[in-house]
Each structure stands twice: as structure tokens, then as C-alpha cells.
Design a binder for this molecule. Structure first.
Ligand SMILES: Nc1nc2c(c(=O)[nH]1)N[C@H]1C(S)=C(S)[C@@H](COP(=O)(O)OP(=O)(O)OC[C@H]3O[C@@H](n4cnc5c(=O)[nH]c(N)nc54)[C@H](O)[C@@H]3O)O[C@H]1N2
Ligand SMILES: Nc1nc2c(c(=O)[nH]1)N[C@H]1C(S)=C(S)[C@@H](COP(=O)(O)OP(=O)(O)OC[C@H]3O[C@@H](n4cnc5c(=O)[nH]c(N)nc54)[C@H](O)[C@@H]3O)O[C@H]1N2
Ligand code: SF4
Ligand SMILES: [Mo]
Length: 757
């Protein structure tokens, strides 16, 4: 039997054909008829059957016994144990002493994506001070910039890949990632097409990645200095008459002249030494952008998780605005998402016009919140520092912070010391091994799937619904139900007694009620009771039906007969293609207080002195950066044997000149140290790195005691986040710096320096 589904592993959302024979998944292939991806797939998607059949994937809950070992138990016993460990923490210290960590797969998992909000929302209402996500080792600068410039945290224009004639890409490697905060099937094919039609692709990256190799030009940049480069480009555009003020932006764009004034100190000559890019090259990059008919800039994680992540990410949009590219075909366009999500509304705690920052502070470090988040590295200190408000109970949901959070060594110890830890996770890994109870979800092939958020970043508007390819075992709760059960527990009901149906109604009613009050939602002004009564079904399906129906192509809950509903979408297993990227949408998409793009904000201006200090900082020697690989998915696909074939991928990439200077040979073990720690790793000497910069992949460091991942543990690699200091953050956004971290290396062959003997 063949099923057509959407791959839930990354933002590319490829359509797949999955063949199931008597309960066994026999093949996973691309679906050439999928209206969106038209036959694209990558090795990860092709491995879904192996994820499904992985013997280490948990099918039953685990609890830790007295000997400290995890043993399988029934769901009833697991819920009873959850109550037994969690309740004393709640009774003694209240919800104040509990926190939640929400990991990356949540965004790709329908049940979790729609219902994790029940857990954190209800817990926050009951007094949980903060929750944690890898957003602050990822795209938080983009959220800050989107909120301030365009009005919504998840509302930003993306490059119109199919029409641009000049793309400048900073800190992104789609040859590995397949695109991020930018959904485009076969993104590498689309980049090639830009060149085939006579256009230019420029890649700014300290590493000559596969993406850079296939580009027209690779510009190596000293990590953390993209903001300097972009300010210098902006200043050059201004000096050379390269600023465009097209009619469609007149009266829709505030603050450009203020930003141009801020750019004044950053001449190409001044920033050249720090960036490692010559003044001539910077001028030429600016001239090429000015000469292009449809230029556009795009940046991603390398420009976010660095010392000046907010300024760099902001300046990408500023330069796009200065080139007249925003909302212009071939430039940066606002996608139209077919499925409305409650995530799209301004968080209700951000009342009043605009956005406020620093409304509360973390207990230990005193970090100001940014869009509700502290740096993820605060989690460790909030757990291990005694005092009022200490975190004593933690729920992790599809996250592996023991590997993914900077300062990972301290966090690993802290997790061990918790009074209660519950992991909603499908494997017993570096994080969940610390849990008292592990509650597994279904496999990606056993659950329905539908994306909503990623259509906010996609080069076409499509809607797709996937039914499970493999029938879920009847006796297992779905993850959205687990979210509601845990939420109910935090509100005071014993875990086994939570009334899931009542909680589901309560949560859904809450969302409807909030959305009916919020000016930036399609439900604004409607009667919440009427809206709720018009909804069908339960759980995530009800939520997605609501999202489709109030979305731009929906039936508006009956007011627009013939419009889409979930039932209609379900009838199209290859998906529905509803529209392409279009310009001319500013008035519709902006939700800033002025109704215009607000390029300037004190948060940005206040960070410019920090950047100015960077220009003249002496060279800080060797620095460490992160990378990804096509056959990994953050930390959790290393248990798939088929993806692990070939040579060791967890190597330290180092330029030959640096290797020579340090006396390091290719394939040799080296010690790499930062202010945070030292690890030993194999060096791979290659001129794909620029001199002065080394690179390690993130998501490795398996093999810990008590984990159950046979394949991954046989290829452990090292945990890069043992090296990334907790305290290094991009100030305005709270984003952790994991690119451009000062480090030293030492050959293991070399004799110890006299002082160290
Ligand atoms: N140094 C450095 N650190 C980084 C990064 C970097 O580039 N450099 N990148 C950062 C980024 S961008 C991200 S997004 C984070 C990722 O950080 P995390 O989200 O913390 O980690 P993941 O590796 O995505 O771990 C996913 C977890 O979900 C579990 N899981 C997988 N599928 C399911 C499922 O269907 N249900 C449930 N319940 N669990 C599931 C896996 O077993 C695993 O434990 O790492 C960040 N950390
Ligand atoms: N196969 C695969 N796909 C994935 C993932 C995965 O782990 N594997 N993870 C997913 C996730 S959670 C995310 S967030 C996305 C991320 O998607 P991308 O943003 O495309 O991430 P990377 O592939 O890590 O590419 C980041 C690039 O930034 C460069 N860089 C480092 N420092 C700097 C700097 O200071 N300036 C500049 N200009 N460049 C710098 C690095 O060398 C690297 O080439 O990928 C997603 N897709
Ligand atoms: S690129 Fe690969 S992992 Fe991403 S959606 Fe497509 S098949 Fe899945
Ligand atoms: Mo990410």
C-alpha cells in the first residue's frame, strides 16, 4: 500500500511516497506529483523507514528504577511515576520551581507544535517563570528584527529565489541544511538556476561550503563581522548613489536615513582588517548589488549565532530596503501562509503598541528577557544555583540540550541533580538519560502531519495534510495528549486523572478567545463562542481545520462558501498549490504601530557602540565555528546506520597554514580549548576553511552512560557545546555565540609546554 505524505524532518517539506507491506515500511521515495516539491528528496527523508523501524526508538515509556536504570513500563505506571516525582516538587515549591525545554523537532511535529503551547501557556499562567528553547542558539535575532521592522515575530520577507538576478547569502549553507527560515524544494537547484539565467550568487562564509563552491563567488569572512561588512556596503551604496527609493516603498519605509547616518563610521577601509575582506572587494560587492536589476540578501544561522547576530540580521533587511528590494519581485517578498497559526499573533503579554524588552530578568545571571526568552545557557545555572525560584523540576519536549546548549558540561551535571525530570522523547539519549520518566511519542510515520509555520517562509503557498502512513498502535497516547496531561498536572490535577478532552476544549477555547481580541488575527472582532461552536473534531485536527478555514483561502468558518476546510485539503494527497510569491503586499502584511516598515529602533542603535569597539579590536587568534551535514539532523539522526556510512564527519576543519603553525597533521588528534573547556578531536586539514577559523559539527558527543542508541554510540564524536561558553551572547537578542569563539589548539603529539608539565 502506498501513502503520500510530507516529510516532517526539515523545512523543505518534501512530498514522499511511502510503501507499507504488512506493517513493514518497505520503501520511501520522492513524490513527483507533490504540488510543492515535485519529486525532490534528500538522504534524510529517504531514511524515514529506518527511523520508524529503529529498534532503539522507544515504543513504551521508561522509568528509572532504584538502581538508576531505565526500564520499560506501561503507560499507567509511567503516569503514576510522573505524579510521584513531580508532585512533591509542586507541593513544596509550586510551579515556580518547574520549567520546560522545547526542542527543535516540536516545530516539525503536528501534535507537539499545536499543543506545546498548552503546556507552557498554562504553566506560565500558573506561575512558571520562564521556559527554554534552542531559539537562542538559532534564529532569535530574526525574530527580534521581524517583530520590530514588520510587526510580527514570524513575519519577514524571504528571497524570491526564482526571479532574483543577484543573491548574496550570509551564514547559510543550504547544501547541508536544505534551507532555513526559507522553504524551497531543491534549493540547490534553484541557486544553480540563478546562475544559469545569467545571475550571480555570492556566498559570505568563513568556510568554502558546497554552497559556496557552486556559487559565482565565495567571500570568506572573519566570523562575527558580517555587520561590519553590511554597514560598509550600505555606506558605499549611499556614497555611490546606489540607494533606491522605489515608489512602492515611498511612505511605507521609516528610518532609512537614520540608519545611513549610523553607517558613517564604517568605511570599507576601516572594516577591512576586522572582516578580512579588502576595501576594494567591499566596494565591488556594493557596486554589483547596485548594478543588479533584482538584488536580494539572505542570511541565516551563521549571521545569527555570533557576536553581532542582531545587527547582522537587521542590516540584511536594511540593505534589502536600501536596494528597494523589499516587497518587489525578484527581491525579498512576504509569503502568504495558507494555514493561520496562533503563533502568528503577537504574544498576549506584549500588550500595547510595539514590543517591550527586559520586562523581567533571569534569577541568577540577571539576563533581561527578549521576546520571553533568556539565553538557553541560563537553564543550567537556574537549576544548580540554590535559592528561591531554583528550578527543581524540568520537562523536556523533543529536545537534547545536553548536546545542543552552550555550556553543555554544566547543564549535564545540573540535569542529573534535578528533583524531577520528565522527557517527552523518542530515544534514551544524552538528555533523556537523566529523566525519571521518558514518555515517547509516535514515529514520524505513525502520526498525521501538517505544516503551518514554515509556509510563512516558503517560495509558494501550498497546503498539504498527511495521514499516518502506518496505523498508530491503538494503546498509545499521542503527544498532544501528553502535553495536555502534563499541563493539567502543573495546574494541580494528579497526572493519571487529567481529563484530556476537557483540557483540549479549555485550551482551544482559550486560543479562540485570545485571537478574537487580537487585532493581528483573522478572528479579530468575532464572537468566541460562535467561532468555537463552528469548529470540528478534536486536538490538532481541530486546530489545523481552524487555521485553514480562517486562512487566506479558507471558508472563513462558513462565511466564504467554497473556501478551504481540512476536509477539502485531505482530499488532495499531493497537496494544493494556492499561489506564488508576490510583491505589492506591504499594506496587508505589516503590523507595526505605524503601519510602515520601521527600520530604526533604539535596540539596534544601542548596540552600534559595541560594534564600533569591535572594529579596532586586535585580532583574537584562532576562532571556532559550527557546521551541519546533509546526513545529520542536529543531534538525533546519528542512530540511522544508512546515514552514518562513510568517513568520520565529526572532525575539526582547519586551514593548512594554521595546521602548520600549530604542528597539526591531517587525521591527527588535537586538543581544542576555549575558556569553557577542552576536548580532543581529529583534525581535517583543508583549505575550505579560511585561515584563522576552525569548524566543528554540532550535535555530536554520543556514547554517554545510560543511553540506548547503538549506532550513534558506536560513532560518538565530540560535543562542541562543551567548548561554547555560556556567557557569550549577542546582547540585543540573548542569542548564544557559537560562531567566532576564541580557541586554542594543541597537537596531541607535541610535547607539553614546560609550564604545563
Ligand atoms: N554549537 C552549536 N550548537 C547548536 C547549534 C549550532 O549550530 N552550533 N544549532 C542550534 C540549533 S539551530 C538547534 S535547532 C538546536 C537543536 O537543539 P535541540 O532541539 O535541543 O536538539 P535536537 O538535536 O534537535 O534534539 C531533538 C530531540 O528530540 C527527540 N525527538 C526526535 N523526534 C521526536 C519526536 O517525534 N517526538 C519527540 N517527543 N521527540 C523527538 C530526539 O530524540 C532528541 O532528543 O541546537 C542548537 N545548538
Ligand atoms: N541536514 C541537515 N539539515 C538541517 C539541520 C541539520 O542539522 N542537518 N538543522 C536544521 C536546523 S535546526 C537549522 S536552524 C538549519 C540551519 O540552516 P543554515 O543556516 O543553512 O545552517 P548551516 O548549514 O549550519 O550553515 C551556517 C553557515 O554559517 C557559516 N558561518 C559560521 N560563522 C559565520 C559568520 O560569522 N558569518 C557568516 N557569514 N557565516 C558564518 C558556517 O560556516 C556555515 O557554513 O538547518 C536545518 N536543516
Ligand atoms: S530535504 Fe530531506 S529532510 Fe528535508 S523535507 Fe526534503 S526529504 Fe525531508
Ligand atoms: Mo535550528
Amino acid at each position: 500500500m502506498e501513502h503520500r505524505i510530507t516529510c516532517p524532518l526539515c523545512e523543505a517539506m518534501c512530498g514522499l511516497r511511502v510503501t507499507v507491506d504488512a506493517g513493514t515500511v518497505t520503501t520511501v521515495r520522492s513524490n513527483p506529483d507533490d504540488v510543492w516539491s515535485r519529486g525532490h528528496l534528500c538522504p534524510k527523508g529517504a531514511s524515514l523507514q529506518h527511523i520508524h523501524h529503529d529498534p532503539d526508538r522507544l515504543r513504551l515509556p521508561l522509568v528509572r528504577n532504584r538502581a538508576g536504570e531505565h526500564v520499560q513500563v506501561s503507560w499507567d505506571d509511567a503516569f503514576a511515576e510522573t505524579e510521584r516525582v513531580l508532585r512533591p516538587v509542586l507541593d513544596r515549591h509550586g510551579v515556580r520551581a518547574v520549567s520546560v525545554y522545547i526542542g527543535n523537532p516540536v516545530a516539525h511535529n503536528l501534535g507537539l507544535e499545536t499543543y506545546v503551547g498548552a503546556l507552557v501557556g498554562m504553566a506560565a499562567a500558573a506561575g512558571m517563570p520562564a521556559y527554554y528553547t534552542p531559539g537562542t542558539v538559532d534564529q532569535w535575532p530574526l525574530n527580534v528584527v521581524s517583530a520590530l521592522l514588520f510587526g510580527g515575530m514570524w513575519n519577514a520577507p524571504i528571497p524570491d529565489l526564482d526571479r532574483t538576478d543577484h543573491l548574496m547569502m550570509l551564514g547559510a549553507n543550504p547544501s547541508a541544511s536544505q534551507g532555513s527560515m526559507l522553504s524551497a524544494p531543491d534549493i540547490m537547484g534553484r541557486l544553480a538556476a540563478i546562475r544559469e539565467r545569467g545571475g550571480t550568487v555570492v556566498v559570505v562564509d568563513p568556510r568554502r561550503t558546497q554552497t559556496a563552491r557552486r556559487a559565482s563567488e565565495w567571500i570568506p569572512v572573519r566570523p562575527g563581522t558580517d555587520a561590519l561588512l553590511l554597514f560598509a556596503i550600505l555606506r558605499t551604496l549611499d556614497e555611490t548613489g546606489g540607494i533606491r527609493r522605489p515608489a512602492h516603498l515611498v511612505g511605507m519605509l521609516d528610518g532609512l536615513d537614520d540608519v545611513l547616518a549610523l553607517a558613517a563610521p564604517f568605511s570599507p577601509e576601516r572594516v577591512a582588517p576586522a572582516t578580512g575582506i579588502s576595501a576594494d572587494t567591499i566596494r565591488r560587492l556594493a557596486a554589483d548589488l547596485a548594478a543588479a536589476r533584482r538584488p536580494v540578501l539572505y542570511s541565516r544561522i551563521g549571521a545569527c549565532t555570533q557576536e553581532f547576530g542582531t545587527l547582522a540580521t537587521w542590516l540584511v533587511f536594511v540593505v534589502n530596503a536600501a536596494l528597494g528590494s523589499i516587497d518587489s519581485p525578484g527581491g525579498a517578498l512576504f509569503p502568504k501562509a495558507p494555514v493561520w497559526s496562533p503563533m502568528f499573533m503577537k504574544p498576549p503579554d506584549q500588550d500595547g503598541p510595539g514590543w517591550r524588552f527586559g520586562r523581567f530578568h533571569s534569577r541568577v545571571r540577571g539576563a533581561p528577557e527578549v521576546l520571553g526568552q533568556f539565553p538557553v545557557s541560563c537553564l543550567a545555572e537556574e537549576i544548580d544555583t540554590p535559592g528561591d525560584g531554583q528550578i527543581r523540576g524540568l520537562i523536556t519536549v523533543a529536545g537534547n540540550p545536553a548536546l545542543s546548549a552552550p555550556g553543555a558540561g554544566r547543564l549535564d551535571t545540573a540535569l542529573h541533580g534535578l528533583d524531577a525530570m520528565i522527557s517527552v522523547d523518542n530515544w534514551l539519549n544524552e538528555t533523556s538519560r537523566h529523566a525519571d520518566v521518558v514518555l515517547p511519542g509516535l514515529s514520524p510515520l505513525e502520526r498525521p502531519h501538517c505544516d503551518d509555520l514554515y509556509w510563512m517562509y516558503s517560495i509558494a503557498s501550498c497546503v498539504k495534510w498527511s495521514d499516518p502512513a502506518v496505523p498508530p498502535p491503538g494503546d498509545r497516547p499521542e503527544e498532544w495528549q501528553i502535553m495536555l496531561r502534563l499541563a493539567g498536572a502543573l495546574l494541580g490535577t494528579p497526572v493519571p486523572d487529567v481529563d484530556i478532552a476537557a483540557m483540549d476544549d479549555l485550551y482551544t477555547q482559550g486560543i479562540v478567545y485570545t485571537a478574537c481580541q487580537a487585532a493581528d488575527t483573522p478572528l479579530f472582532g468575532r464572537d468566541p463562542a460562535e467561532v468555537f461552536a463552528a469548529l470540528k473534531g478534536v486536538g490538532p485536527e481541530r486546530m489545523i481545520d481552524l487555521g485553514i478555514r480562517v486562512g487566506p483561502w479558507g471558508d472563513d468558518l462558513g462565511r466564504r462558501p467554497g473556501g478551504l476546510t481540512l476536509a477539502e485539503v485531505r482530499g488532495h494527497p499531493d497537496g494544493l498549490r494556492l499561489g506564488d510569491l508576490e510583491g505589492g503586499r506591504l499594506a496587508e502584511v505589516l503590523s507595526t504601530p505605524s503601519g510602515r516598515i520601521e527600520l530604526m529602533h533604539p535596540l539596534f542603535a544601542a548596540d552600534v557602540p559595541r560594534l564600533l569597539a569591535r572594529v579596532d579590536r586586535p585580532d583574537d587568534g584562532l576562532v571556532l565555528t559550527s557546521r551541519r551535514h546533509l546526513r545529520s539532523n542536529n543531534s538525533w539522526l546519528h542512530n540511522v546506520a544508512g546515514l552514518m556510512r562513510g568517513r568520520d564527519r565529526c572532525t575539526l576543519l582547519i586551514h593548512p597554514a594554521d595546521a602548520d603553525r600549530e604542528g597539526v597533521g591531517d587525521g591527527e588528534q588535537v586538543d581544542i580549548s576555549t575558556s569553557e573547556g577542552t576536548i580532543t578531536v581529529v583534525a581535517e586539514v583543508t583549505d575550505e576553511m579560511m585561515p584563522g577559523v576552525v569548524s566543528l559539527p554540532h550535535g555530536w558527543g554520543h556514547g554517554a552512560d545510560g543511553t540506548r542508541m547503538e549506532v550513534a554510540n558506536a560513532h560518538p564524536g565530540v560535543n562542541l557545546n562543551l567548548l561554547n561558553p555560556a556567557a557569550l551572547v549577542d546582547v540585543p537578542s540573548n542569542t548564544q555565540v557559537v560562531n567566532g569563539v576564541p580557541c586554542r589548539i594543541r597537537s596531541r603529539r607535541a610535547p607539553l609546554p614546560v609550564s604545563a608539565r
